[in-house]
Design a binder for this molecule. Structure first.
Ligand code: GDP
Length: 440
């Protein structure tokens, strides 16, 4: 996420490397580079200028205290300003009311339907709610199909009326349906167009007037940069929405949308979404976003994600097995599945300080696990729980079954043995050699 911006900012700070103190000249050079980095990331020039003016003003007034170098001081100032720019404090998300009504608006293809599914999953699994998703797109039957498939996949109810050509009455009927069926959150997925269009705007505005939503979320594809910001402006003028959802942050996004939207519409970014898996919805935390942009990683989010998957009992069982040197292929496979559940692999790695930059050109995706999984899947349950059983004959069978060659199977088994040894060793160290909170 925002790799190029992070790199350019880092290089801007290099102006101050080796400088004993902050002065007008080195501030001016740094600030100029920061401004260029922002503009290159598709941040509107006016916003970039105002941003760097503030940074300059703060830096000029600062005394460099002994313990902090001018470079560190500048990073801190920029971090604070970036946090402010993307929203300051995290925003509330209101789901009071019975039912709470959440209206989803945005252009076609921005990720509304995908987000609707993710939000329903989040509300169901994290907030203990009973959501109803509503397909209010009266133009594209395929949109209803898409939401139907998603709803089934995540196990939530859907409301749709295929014959009804009035989106307002569909929304109203959906709320009645929710009340009658004990659904406490209604998420209305509205129709989008490829570009802003009067009919669509009027329709969404009419739905808003009819159902009085608790939240109106504007969904926007972060990859579209300044266009995203302009679209947000138009939607906000008509709908006065309550929050923004940034999608497709897993792609090669430059950052312009994320950095300019709050400033432009003065509405908070509430969620960000990266990936098509239903559990990759994240609450937007301005401070963490600023840290990630500055290449400081986001350990807090990483630990939280790990904690979500953390199962005390399972962890204890696993620890015992590791201590006894009994960690087996099934355990390994289970761990892989858990990591995959945490989200996009490259994104996760990017949350580790310093790693994002190191892996920016490396192809890392969930497919990286596929070869290993194929090998383990080709083992029988006995083989998985007792790696010593696997003799040459069995290896040949596993290689054939997994479509790998024998060398690959051998290499993996060797790596596994080494890893096992290391884990047993680490487990004997104080604290088990693990980070607190990251279990498994
Ligand atoms: P809608 O027309 O606004 O309802 O958009 P969809 O939810 O149908 O999404 C449009 C396309 O973008 C689909 O192919 C989705 O799978 C994809 N998509 C949605 N959200 C994300 C995301 O966060 N990351 C990525 N990579 N793709 C996404």
């Amino acid at each position: 996420m925002f790799n190029s911006l992070s790199e350019k900012l880092e290089s801007a700070f290099k102006n101050l490397k080796g400088e004993a103190r902050i002065n007008d000249l080195n501030i001016a050079n740094t600030v100029k580079d920061i401004r260029r980095a922002l503009v290159d990331a598709d941040v509107n020039f006016k916003i970039a200028k105002e941003f760097t003016d503030k940074v300059k003003e703060k830096a000029t007034g600062e005394k460099v205290i002994n313990a902090i170098s001018p470079g560190q001081l500048m990073v801190k100032i920029v971090q604070d300003e970036l946090t402010e720019l993307v929203g300051g404090k995290e925003a509330d998300f209101n789901i009071t009311g019975n039912p709470a009504v959440i209206l989803i608006a945005g252009l076609q293809g921005s990720g509304k339907t995908t987000f609707t599914g993710k939000l329903a999953t989040y509300l169901k699994t994290k907030k203990g709610k009973s959501p109803l998703v509503v397909a209010a797109d009266i133009y594209r039957p395929a949109a209803i199909d898409q939401l139907t498939v998603l709803a089934e996949q995540i196990g939530v109810d859907i409301y749709a009326e295929r014959e009804n050509k009035d989106a307002v009455s569909i929304a109203q009927n959906a709320i009645k349906h929710a009340k009658a069926n004990n659904k406490n959150v209604v998420i209305i997925d509205t129709a989008g167009r490829l570009a802003v269009d009067e009919v669509m705007m009027t329709e969404v505005a009419n739905i808003k007037a009819a159902v009085n939503p608790t939240e109106i979320l504007f969904v926007v594809d972060a990859m579209t940069g300044q266009d995203a910001v302009n679209t947000a402006k138009t939607f906000n003028e008509r709908l006065d929405f309550s929050g923004v959802v940034l999608t497709k942050l897993d792609g090669d996004t430059r950052g312009g949308a994320a950095l300019s939207i709050k400033y432009t519409v003065n509405k908070p970014i509430k969620f960000m979404s990266s990936g098509e898996k239903m559990d990759t919805l994240d609450i937007f935390y301005p401070e963490r976003m600023a840290q990630r942009i500055l290449g400081m990683g986001d350990i807090t989010s990483l630990v939280e994600k790990a904690q979500e998957q953390y199962n005390e009992e399972q962890a204890k069982r696993l620890e015992k097995k590791i201590r006894k040197n009994q960690f087996d292929f099934q355990d390994f496979l289970d761990q892989l599945q858990q990591i995959k559940k945490m989200g996009n692999l490259k994104d996760l790695m990017g949350m580790i300080p310093g790693v994002g930059k190191a892996i920016k050109d490396v192809e890392v995706n969930d497919d990286s696990f596929k070869g290993i999984e194929a090998i383990i899947f080709s083992m029988t349950p006995e083989e998985r729980s007792n790696p010593d059983l696997i003799d040459a004959k069995r290896k040949a069978r596993i290689a054939k079954g997994s479509g790998k060659d024998l060398n690959e199977v051998n290499a993996f088994m060797k790596q596994f043995e080494q890893m096992k040894k290391m884990m047993t060793m680490m487990n004997k160290m104080p604290m088990g050699g693990r980070l607190p909170g990251i279990g498994g």
